[in-house]
Design a protein around this ligand. Structure first.
Ligand code: PMP
Length: 384
């Protein structure tokens, strides 16, 4: 298992860093059945990673690579990162374990600049890990000095030992997914009883774009489609004799420009931007399609995933699965949707425990799943 020695979770792990990644691929059979899908709908459940998200792997890899080149020196360096929260949690966790903490008691362990919509839960977790958080205005353009990127740069210039690992341009962001996330998915498929072990469709949201770029590159470099999914290839591809390709779908919130459209406000955290991060490779040879998903669809899907699959996923997981289902319901997705040998992998980037205090979650948690049962209980004991 390249780059992921703890994949089998053998014996006793040497630290929480060995519990980064290694997340399960879980069948979403109830939703697949409701949708009339015959393909295998599989969720890569990133909230099982030790810091709770898909970003733990990149934090670990960026820190360890910077240590190898001497850019980060324990006891001297102060890690500064513009992040919507999850990368920060991964970084703060790595820094705590690796002993950056000592320096940090004197100065600051990890300094992060974050947009104000970042949930309270992420902020509290960061503070618990010893990080200092500087909130920046959401409306600040990415290239203004007030933005989370601008503030991080100002801090770096003024703080001795300040280092920005920069998830937006650091090649180890997509490489973490190329080597680890992809390898984990393959390991899960190959050790399963599924009829085919290929990834026939990948759906992932894009923030920095590291997740989709890294996994998609690994798929393009390594995958052949399952025989049944060959019908999904367009006739022009087939006639042109090109390599059979998996479908790769990127999901982007309305209000972000990554998948087209205009800048606007949206509540889902972690995906979408008002600029194109350097690590995102949007070339059509890699990403076949961009789907725009709004907050309402995303949050309704979170509720559906929790209530039907028992998986405590966060908002961007709702966006990713909404995108996957929209594509599979469309004529373009029909041949994959009806192929029992096709594997559709949807990245579910974090968990809803990151968003417990958000109005969108509190509102839906309040809605009774079974109103009639509520009435029955009220009739029996006079209250709930
Ligand atoms: N969902 C959530 C909750 C995230 O925190 C992120 C990271 N920004 C993503 C999705 C997107 O990941 P990436 O940056 O690799 O595109």
């Amino acid at each position: 298992m390249s780059g992921n020695s703890a994949y089998h979770w053998p014996g006793v792990l040497s630290s929480a860093l060995d519990a980064v990644g290694c997340t399960p691929l879980i069948r979403l059979d109830r939703i697949a059945k409701e949708e009339g899908l015959e393909c295998n709908l599989l969720g890569k459940c990133e909230f099982f990673s030790v810091g709770g998200s898909v970003k733990d792997r990149i934090a670990k890899r960026m820190v360890e690579e910077a240590e190898k080149t001497g850019r980060l020196v324990p006891g001297k360096s102060v890690v500064i990162e513009p992040t919507s929260g999850n990368t920060g949690i991964g970084l703060a966790l790595c820094c705590a374990i690796k002993g950056y903490k000592c320096v940090m008691r004197r100065s600051a362990p990890v300094l992060l600049s974050a947009p104000p919509k970042m949930s309270l839960e992420k902020e509290v977790m960061l503070r618990a890990l010893g990080a200092i958080i500087v909130r920046t205005p959401t409306e600040a353009a990415w290239d203004s000095p007030e933005s989370h990127i601008g503030v991080a740069q100002t801090l770096q210039r003024s703080i001795p030992g300040g280092v920005i690992l920069d998830q937006y341009s650091n090649p180890h962001n997509p490489l973490a997914h190329y080597h680890s996330t992809y390898a984990e998915i393959k390991y899960s498929l190959e050790s399963s009883s599924l009829p085919s072990k290929t990834i026939d469709m990948l759906v992932a949201g894009a923030g920095t774009g590291g997740t989709i770029t890294g996994i998609a590159r690994a798929i393009r470099d390594n995958e052949q489609l399952s025989p049944g999914a060959v019908t999904a290839i367009s006739t022009s591809d087939a006639q042109g004799g090109q390599k059979q390709r998996a479908k790769i779908i990127a999901v982007d919130p309305e209000g972000s420009i990554l998948g087209g459209g205009h800048v606007g406000n949206y509540e889902v955290e972690g995906i979408g931007y008002d600029f194109f991060p350097e690590v995102l490779d949007p070339s059509p040879s890699l990403i076949d399609e961009w789907l725009k998903i709004n907050d309402k669809e995303s949050f309704a899907m979170v509720k559906r995933i929790i209530r039907t699959e028992g998986l405590f996923v966060g908002g961007s997981s709702g966006s990713a699965l909404s995108g996957a289902l929209r594509y599979l319901r469309s004529p373009a997705g029909a041949s994959i949707a009806k192929d029992p040998t096709a594997n559709v992998v949807v990245i579910l980037p974090d968990g809803v425990r990151n968003y417990m205090s958000k109005p969108w979650f509190l509102e839906q948690a309040d809605e009774p799943a079974t109103a009639d049962m509520r009435d029955t209980i009220r009739n029996i004991i006079g209250r709930e």
